[in-house]
Design a protein around this ligand. Structure first.
Ligand SMILES: *Cc1c(COP(=O)(O)O)cnc(C)c1O
Length: 366
């Protein structure tokens, strides 16, 4: 730490993303990304023309990109805010609508970045405990005085709340902002987007990192009232007007328009998720019913941290969280059919080895 860092940032705890090792080739199922390529239209969109145009600044209003998103989601361009990943969009939301010391509520088990942001912006965060089964009970949030952020489906559990319950929460207090992070909503088939035009206190955040196979491009967007989007743009233009570059927007436009490829990829992940869950259950795993592109699971035969380490030795990355309430589980991203087959074989081998070792141990003891 240098002597220049301001006091309030000295105790900041930066977010720790899933590891991206480069020592060998891995099947990467630790950060809810995908090995599937983006839409073939993206390959065409990133043409030489875009490179020639690099000498010019890209449109800071992101008009064409916002319009493309608006067309696909049935809203107007004025209701779309775009940013460098859902993370940056969330950051602009907190920067625009929260002040130091302001209250923000979110579940105690959820996307770790909310805690990081709350600390970065000096917010008075309160984490509402999830239920025994990890579900988020929105009744706990109904009477809270202060803004709320929820990931739906939630990460790392994959559990989701119904739209009826979300609508009731949003409708309860029009002066309270409810931010719904729908990073995984494409895999659940449920979205709060239709509620945006009815409730001006609702902000829905989306990303291209998961269901559009474009984590490396890092594109996110929010859909909210025209007034909220106007505010967000005002703050953006006071901080970093060129938050999306030309190449990124060209790729984003091509990807969002290709609904055929998108539907096909989402459908395949859902199918692989259900098959993988069924296979895990056959070998005694407990699998939380997930509506996302990952499963949160545990085995009675082996502890999840050991399984995570052994899978890594086999060239498969998964995510284990050290938190007391999460440490019994392993989060495995759903990849291609082939990847899931390889993971399953590896898990079966590791379990067989573990039970052999156990038997040997017993024999030795006798
Ligand atoms: C992955 C994830 C994000 C991050 O999305 P980016 O667009 O890559 O910044 C946001 N929210 C949740 C809940 C996520 O799991």
């Amino acid at each position: 730490m240098s002597i220049f860092l301001v006091d309030e940032y000295k105790n900041m705890e930066p977010y720790v993303p899933g590891e991206q090792p480069s020592d060998k080739l891995y099947i990467k199922l630790n950060a809810n990304e995908t090995s599937m390529p983006p839409s073939p239209k993206v390959f065409e969109a990133l043409s030489k023309k875009e490179i020639w145009n690099m000498g010019f600044y890209a449109d800071p209003n992101c008009k064409e990109f916002r319009q493309a998103v608006a067309d696909v989601y049935g809203v107007t361009e004025e209701e779309v805010f775009v940013g460098n990943g859902a993370d940056e969009v969330l950051s602009f939301i907190l920067m625009s609508f929260f002040r130091r010391g302001m209250k923000i509520y979110f579940p105690d088990i959820t996307y770790g970045f909310y805690r990081t942001y709350a600390k970065t912006y000096g917010l008075d965060m309160e984490e509402i405990p999830v239920k025994e089964d990890y579900s988020v009970d929105l009744k706990d949030y109904m009477d809270l005085k202060g803004d709320i952020i929820l990931a739906n489906p939630n990460n790392p559990t994959g559990l989701s709340n119904t739209m009826e319950d979300i609508e009731a929460l949003v409708a309860k207090d029009p002066e309270r902002m409810v931010i719904i992070d729908e990073a995984y909503a494409d895999y659940s088939g449920e979205t709060a987007l239709p509620l945006v035009q009815k409730y001006p206190n609702l902000v829905v955040v989306r990303t291209f990192s998961k269901s559009r196979n474009m984590a490396g491009m890092h594109i996110g967007f929010a859909i909210a009232s025209k007034e909220i989007v106007e505010d967000l743009n005002k703050i953006k233009f006071s901080f970093n007007p060129f938050n999306l570059n030309g190449l990124t927007m060209a790729a984003g436009i091509a990807a969002v328009k290709d609904t055929y490829y998108f539907d096909k990829c989402v459908k395949s992940i859902i199918e692989n998720r259900e098959n993988f869950k069924a296979e895990l259950e056959k070998i005694g795993f407990e699998v939380i019913p997930s509506k996302a592109n990952f499963v949160f699971c545990k085995s009675k035969e082996i502890d999840s941290k050991t399984l995570c380490v052994k899978l890594k030795e086999e060239g498969i990355l998964t995510r284990h969280f050290a938190d007391e309430r999460l440490k019994d589980y392993l989060r495995i991203t759903i990849g291609t059919e082939y990847e899931m087959m390889v993971v399953l074989i590896a898990i079966k081998e590791i379990l067989a080895e573990a039970s052999e070792e156990k038997e040997l141990g017993i024999k030795k003891a006798i």
